[in-house]
Design a protein around this ligand. Structure first.
Ligand code: SAM
Length: 285
């Protein structure tokens, strides 16, 4: 069987179906077999796994996933790709279920129930325009997950695994690290895709925590604090929180809580760890 990670094969399929790339769907297809292997290695798929692939494209990753997993459920928004997958590139795999839909509109809890109450191995070369809603949707809604191994924009991967005091550290770092342990598996240059994206990419693996690493009585308040703290990055934390009407916090109250934590009232949000945001939540909520 000819694999699509060979660029000649990809071009042949695209020509056979007169396929035109749609920028609005973030279509940059993988054309590098080494990168494909790195994704598979990072995902550590076993023959017992049910894989959820988001955006199979013409099936480059899908073929390999079907060969390693028990079953693969692939959700693709672009209906013009469905006949290519069904009648051509993935026609030989009877462990593949194709769903033509917007992944953000699919009830993934229901999908897990339909596939034997599985914990999904999520593997995807994600459409970059909706990376954060897809990943945060999976984590926040607590979709049953074993691991997520995804290609994202390099800068987004760096933000996900950044720690306090770095310029990449922000609300995304804290949100991701509250739910999962990030591991950067590979950096991927633009020439590994067709068409080439304007940015570098990276493969990141997120392993969900069985329990969040910090315990808070009000999760929504923790995330509201984090959003407010990084909404106005240049300001002190005391000022950023006072400027967020939904929190109803005076400068004095935040300053007193920071003092109790042994922190200066001029500290900025970017200096606080997840543990410190959790402690602040308990003092202020
Ligand atoms: N997996 C293929 C590969 O690696 O070559 C394609 C990856 S491409 C970066 C992203 C894919 O996601 C495209 O096939 C695109 O049509 C699909 N896509 C974009 N938005 C989507 C959405 N909301 N739901 C499901 N699929 C989507």
């Amino acid at each position: 069987m000819a694999y699509l990670s060979d660029p000649k094969e990809t071009i042949a399929v695209l020509n056979r179906y007169h396929f035109a790339f749609k920028k609005r769907f973030g279509q940059n297809f993988l054309i590098d077999s080494h990168v494909l292997e790195k994704i598979l290695r990072a995902a550590e798929i076993t023959p017992e796994d049910t894989v959820l692939e988001i955006g199979p494209g013409i099936g480059t990753l899908t073929q390999a996933l079907c060969e390693h997993a028990k079953q693969v459920v692939a959700v693709e928004i672009d209906r013009t790709l469905i006949p290519i997958l069904r009648e051509d590139t993935c026609k030989d795999y009877d462990n593949l279920t194709l769903i033509n839909d917007d992944v953000l509109a699919v009830d993934l809890h229901e999908l897990s129930r339909r596939f034997g109450n599985c914990r999904f191995q999520v593997v995807a070369n994600l459409p970059y325009y909706i990376t954060t809603p897809i990943l945060m949707g999976l984590l926040e809604r607590r979709v049953p997950l074993k691991n997520l191994t995804v290609m994202v924009q390099k800068e987004v991967a760096q933000r996900m695994q950044a720690g306090p005091g770095t310029k990449e550290y922000g609300a995304l770092s804290l949100a991701v690290q509250y739910y999962a342990r990030p591991y950067l598996a590979a950096n991927v240059p633009p020439n590994c895709f067709m068409p080439r994206p304007g940015v570098g990419s990276a493969v990141i693996r997120l392993t969900p925590h069985p329990e969040p690493p910090v315990a808070v009585s009000d999760e929504a308040f923790l995330f509201a604090l984090i959003r407010a703290a990084f909404g106005q990055r240049r300001k002190t934390l005391v000022n950023s929180l006072a400027n967020a009407p939904e929190l109803s916090l005076t400068k004095e109250r935040t300053a007193a809580a920071l003092a109790e934590m042994g922190l200066s009232e001029t500290v900025r949000g970017e200096a606080l760890s997840l543990e410190q945001f959790a402690r602040l939540t308990e003092l202020l909520s």
